[in-house]
Write a protein that binds this ligand. Structure first.
Ligand SMILES: NC(=O)c1ccc[n+]([C@@H]2O[C@H](COP(=O)([O-])OP(=O)(O)OC[C@H]3O[C@@H](n4cnc5c(N)ncnc54)[C@H](O)[C@@H]3O)[C@@H](O)[C@H]2O)c1
Length: 345
């Protein structure tokens, strides 16, 4: 059996000029930023996406770029032969394909589970055939509603396997299991990132995540929705920091059977986030409280000691700066909405 160091060497430990990256989920929020960053580094990108939660404008912005190619495909189905034929050129396989927003991943829970389990297996097999490195974007949701705070990677979690969020939480846990089994068996060099709440431009204004929800409601002058009393905490990482962390993890020469938390350890309550959004947008809209969703975690804060030690990585963008850029981006998006709707009509 090969060890991880051999596998890493075989997969290439430095950036190769003609590297072909397969980015599953590359038309989504984080994936579109990752594709852009890889292209900016001079590499080629093949984006694989079924467009289920992708924003068409994310894809349009990438499609004109040299060295970018798009293939519409659902990763829960066997990979298309045209992709398999490219295996000799593929050096990196990134799996970001999965809806991240609770209302969207709960819309078809069976498909969410299969995306995570079958989809991850298809991409791991591709990495094995191509002798490429594989990175899975897992999630802080593998910790569930945590009893330990902050959450470090050795915490095994407090997750419901029967609730409405299980298709995602347990799907990601199973995807991690598969990735580490491939690594232990010497079949692929793997990296697993456990992503905590990430925000920024290219998010879907209507996907129901707390940052996009509050900013868009404020910009539209709608009521501001807070679930529960707003005392639950979250930690928000700006998307450029997240992409830098993912790229550092993929390229790091580390022992591949350990997951790495990526997120911003600055923790705040949802009410504090609301205060920032109100101050930034000047909205006077009332706040309405709705019941907390089932199994909603009460606290979230990453322990990023491992990422600091292994990757020399930590978030750089302060919340005020990231929120300002995100607000400006959403303002432009929402301003374009009626024109786009009119044009479509
Ligand atoms: N954004 C966050 O805060 C966050 C937090 C934790 C984990 N993550 C993980 O990071 C990844 C990217 O998240 P995001 O916020 O960009 O989500 P997103 O929904 O914006 O992007 C996901 C992309 O995957 C595509 N996709 C979904 N199912 C697919 C399938 N079966 N086959 C092919 N494509 C498929 C979607 O069309 C979309 O383009 C996800 O795996 C998510 O679980 C994100």
């Amino acid at each position: 059996m090969r060890n991880q160091t051999d596998l890493d060497r075989r997969a290439g430990s430095t950036v190769r000029p003609l590297a072909l990256n397969v980015v599953a989920g590359g038309a989504g929020f984080i994936g579109s930023h990752l594709c852009r960053a890889l292209l900016d580094r001079g590499e080629s990108v093949l984006c694989l996406d079924n467009l289920q939660t992708a924003r068409p404008s994310n894809l349009r912005a990438l499609e004109g770029q040299p060295r970018f190619r798009f293939l519409r495909h659902d990763i829960s189905h066997p990979l298309p032969p045209e992709l398999l034929r490219l295996a000799p050129r593929i050096t990196r396989v990134w799996n970001l394909a999965c809806p991240a927003s609770p209302p969207l991943y709960q819309r078809d829970p069976e498909h969410t589970m299969l995306t995570n389990v079958l989809g991850t297996n298809h991409l791991l097999r591709l990495a094995e055939t191509a002798k490429a490195r594989f990175l899975l974007t897992s999630t802080s949701e593998v910790y569930g509603d945590p009893e330990i705070h902050p959450q470090a990677e050795d915490y095994r979690g407090h997750v419901s396997c029967t609730g409405p969020r299980a298709c995602y939480d347990e799907g990601k846990r199973a995807a991690e299991t598969l990735a580490f089994d491939y690594a232990r068996a010497g079949r692929a060099a793997v990296r697993v990132a456990r992503i905590f709440n990430t925000y920024g431009p290219n998010m879907d204004p209507n996907d129901g995540r707390v940052v996009s929800n509050l900013i868009c409601q404020a910009l539209r002058g709608d009521e501001l929705t807070v679930y529960g009393d707003g005392s639950q905490t979250r930690s928000f990482c700006y998307v450029s920091d997240m992409v830098a962390g993912l790229m550092a993890l993929m390229e790091a020469d580390i022992e591949g059977t350990q997951p790495v938390n990526l997120g911003n350890p600055a923790e705040m309550t949802v009410n504090e986030l609301l205060g920032h959004v109100v101050a930034l947008t000047g909205t006077r809209a009332p706040v309405v409280h709705r019941p907390l969703p089932t199994d909603d975690p009460r606290r979230r804060r990453p322990d990023i000691s491992r990422a600091r030690a292994l990757l020399d990585w930590a978030p750089q963008v302060p919340l005020a700066q990231g929120l300002e850029a995100t607000c400006a981006w959403f303002a432009a998006e929402l301003a374009a909405e009626p024109a786009a709707a009119g044009a479509a009509g």
